[in-house]
Design a protein around this ligand. Sequence first.
Ligand code: ADP
Length: 194
Amino acid sequence: MNLVIFGPPGSGKGTQAKLLQEKQAWPQLSTGDMLRAAIAAGTELGKKCQSIMAKGELVPDDVVVGIIGERYDQPDCEKGAIFDGFPRTIPQARSLDSMLKLRNKKIDLVIELKVDDKVLIDRVKTRIAQSGGVARADDNPETLQNRLAVYYQNTAPLLEFYKRQGKLTTVDGMAPIEAVTKAIAVVIEKAAKG
Ligand code: ADP
């Protein structure tokens, strides 16, 4: 199954995608992690993205579409993949649909983790406090505000896009981690039965 874990920054996408990856045969494809790895490795791509990401802006669509396409063609994605943090714009979603179509695949399911802004801000503050001073470059209160604004402006419209395709299910992302994991498992089971 190919599924998208969808939600604003701090909604728990990464946490749930990792847990799901452990349970299922589908790897977690996180564009954020891939870009951070490129920055850490000092590649050209990383250099290009570093300041954009530190500001909480989106890196160009062709960049993320390129890295996702390359990653998806690895053999471990044969049975499907968990897209985490991608797509983030309508053009990215369209590119993803065409890329999958070329491979006779499709997005089967989109799971939205719904979390109030206030809770998101509190979570990132906690993440910063717990990081012992080595927080992600974009984990600070100002950048978070921008990441949220970018989410509502560019990414939230995808909810309507996937709703129209009949693929969207919303889960309460404010429930405890295990409860969210369980709710996601129920949604996947239902989708697998068709
Ligand atoms: P979060 O969802 O918690 O903000 P991510 O790790 O998913 O964190 O993304 C971190 C940053 O990486 C984003 O703010 C953006 O700059 C960049 N990024 C990640 N995925 C994409 C994408 N699909 N399109 C554009 N930029 C992206």
